[in-house]
Design a protein around this ligand. Structure first.
Ligand code: ZN
Length: 114
């Protein structure tokens, strides 16, 4: 278990996670990529690892290819599909770093989400 602090709408929450996002990354890497994706570090959002601001809503995850780090929102487990869905989404960016949210990305996401 892992407890992290998260500020959301000006309110500070303590969120306890039962899943470790790094473990989810490693499991999905084995299951869907045969362990071939580079081992990115997966961390919850914090002051050291902020998520980017977005104009079009709520950012749940981000993937930084330069530092090989994925940051996930601390409240991900409360969202539909939870942490696994967000880690899987960011992993498709690791697999296809130049595709954005293009067609190849959507196919890869569908494969992992089945
Ligand atoms: Zn994305």
């Amino acid at each position: 278990m892992l407890t992290v602090e998260e500020t959301w709408g000006g309110v500070r929450y303590l969120v306890t996670h039962h899943a470790n996002p790094q473990t989810i990354y490693d499991e999905l890497n084995r299951e869907f990529w045969g362990g071939r994706l580079p081992r990115y570090r997966v961390v919850f959002e914090s002051d050291d690892h902020p998520l980017p601001d977005s104009d079009d809503g709520f950012v749940l995850g981000a993937c930084d290819h330069d530092t090989q780090t994925i940051v996930v929102h601390a409240l991900s487990e409360t969202r539909p599909g939870g942490l696994r869905r967000i880690v899987a989404h960011e992993m498709c960016h690791v697999a296809l770093p130049d595709d954005g949210h293009g067609e190849a990305f959507q196919r890869e996401l569908a494969r992992v989400m089945r």
